[in-house]
Design a protein around this ligand. Structure first.
Ligand code: ASP
Length: 333
C-alpha cells in the first residue's frame, strides 16, 4: 500500500532535534554533530578531499599529514565499522588513537563518571574526540562541554552524520550524480539513525523518496517534516515490491532490536523484508543496493555478487570520508 506523506498520522514524533551551528568554510576546530550543519559546498569539499585520501591509500598506504595528533574514540555502544574506520583513518594520516571502543566498562564511566567529566579528561590528551552514545543529543552535550572538536559517531536513535556523508559519497561514486535520483529506504526507519541523517542530508539535493516499513517502524515525523519543508516528493508503503522497479538507490536497514522495549514486537517485524536475487530481477539495471551494516538477514548473501550490491564498497568509502573529516576538523584540509 502506498500512502501519500500527507496521511502521516502515526504519533512517531520524538525528542526535539538539536540545533547546531552551520559549518564555516574551513571546518577547522568545529564539531560534526548533525547533517543540518552541512551545505552542498561543504559536501563537495569533503568528497574532493576523500578522493585524495583514497588516492593516497591506494598508492602508498599512509601519509604524515596528522603526525603528532591524537584521536580519542569513546564508544558507549557496539561498533565495528565506525570505530575501526576512524582508527584506521587516523593511523593512515600518521596520528594515534586512544581507543575506548570495546571497554567503556574498564574506564571510569563504569565508576559513575559523568559524560562532561569524561570528555574533559579525554580532551586533555586528544585533539579530537569521536563519541557514540545511546542517548539522542549526547554528542551535542559533549560538544557543549568540550574545547576540542567532537564528532558524532551515532547518538542513539538521533543521527549518524559521518555515515550519511559516506552514503552520499558512495551514491555519487556509483551513479555519478545525486540530483534526479529516486531513493528507496527500507526497514527500521523509525530507529535507524543512518536513515534519519541520510534522508535529511539528501534534502540538499533534488531527489524523491520512497519509504518502506511496517506501521510501527515508519519514519519519524521530524524527519518527514524536514523533507516536506524542502518540498521533495515522498511516499510510504509497506511492500518493497511496490518500489523495487523504480528506485535508483535501495537503502536497506536492519530492524534495531536494541531499541525495542517489547521484544515480542521486534519478533513480529524482524523478518519482514529480505532482498533476494529474485526481487532484484525487477530492479533497474543501473541502480545500487546499499546498507549501513551490520545486516542480520535483510539482504540475502546471494545478492552479494550482484554488481549493484554496493554495501562493501560503501563501507570502504567510510575510511576515506573519515580521513577527510579528521584532516578537515584538525585544519589540514
Ligand atoms: N551501524 C549503523 C549504526 O550504528 C547501522 C546499524 O547499527 O544498524 O547506526
Amino acid at each position: 500500500m502506498t500512502t501519500s506523506n500527507k496521511n502521516h498520522t502515526l504519533n512517531n514524533s520524538r525528542k526535539k532535534a538539536y540545533t547546531v551551528p552551520k559549518l564555516d568554510k574551513g571546518f577547522a576546530g568545529q564539531d560534526i554533530i548533525s547533517v543540518s550543519q552541512f551545505s552542498r559546498k561543504n559536501l563537495e569539499h569533503i568528497f574532493a578531499v576523500a578522493e585524495e585520501m583514497r588516492a593516497i591509500v591506494k598508492s602508498r598506504g599512509s601519509t604524515d599529514l596528522l603526525t603528532g595528533t591524537v584521536l580519542a574514540c569513546l564508544f558507549f555502544e557496539p561498533s565495528t565499522r565506525t570505530s575501526s574506520s576512524f582508527i584506521a583513518a587516523m593511523s593512515r594520516l600518521g596520528g594515534t588513537v586512544i581507543p575506548i571502543t570495546q571497554g567503556v566498562q574498564f574506564s571510569s564511566v563504569s565508576k559513575g563518571e559523568s559524560l562532561p567529566d569524561t570528555i574533559r579528561t579525554l580532551e586533555s590528551y586528544a585533539d579530537v574526540i569521536v563519541i557514540r552514545h545511546p542517548e539522542m543529543g549526547s554528542a551535542k552535550i559533549a560538544a557543549d562541554y568540550a574545547r576540542k572538536p567532537i564528532i558524532n559517531g551515532g547518538d542513539g536513535v538521533g543521527e549518524h552524520p559521518t555515515q550519511a556523508l559516506l552514503d552520499i559519497f558512495t551514491i555519487k561514486e556509483e551513479l555519478g550524480h545525486i540530483d534526479g535520483l529516486n531513493v528507496g529506504m527500507v526497514g527500521d526507519l523509525r530507529n535507524g539513525r543512518t536513515v534519519h541523517s541520510l534522508a535529511r542530508l539528501l534534502c540538499l539535493y533534488d531527489v524523491r523518496f520512497d519509504f518502506v516499513s511496517p506501521e510501527i517502524l515508519r519514519l519519524p515525523l521530524d524527519v518527514m517534516n524536514d523533507i516536506r519543508d524542502h518540498e521533495l516528493p515522498a511516499a510510504e508503503t509497506y511492500d518493497v515490491a511496490d518500489i523495487i522497479s523504480d528506485v535508483d538507490v535501495l537503502y536497506v536497514t536492519r530492524v534495531q532490536k536494541e531499541r525495542f522495549a517489547d521484544l515480542a514486537q521486534y519478533e513480529e517485524v524482524k523478518d519482514l523484508y529480505v532482498i533476494t536475487p529474485e526481487l532484484m530481477e525487477q530492479a533497474k539495471e543501473k541502480m545500487v543496493i546499499m546498507h549501513p551494516l551490520p545486516r542480520v538477514g535483510e539482504i540475502s548473501y546471494h545478492v552479494d555478487s550482484d554488481p549493484r550490491a554496493a554495501y562493501f564498497r560503501q563501507m570502504e568509502n567510510g575510511m576515506y570520508i573519515r580521513m577527510a573529516l579528521l584532516a578537515a576538523v584538525l585544519g589540514k584540509a
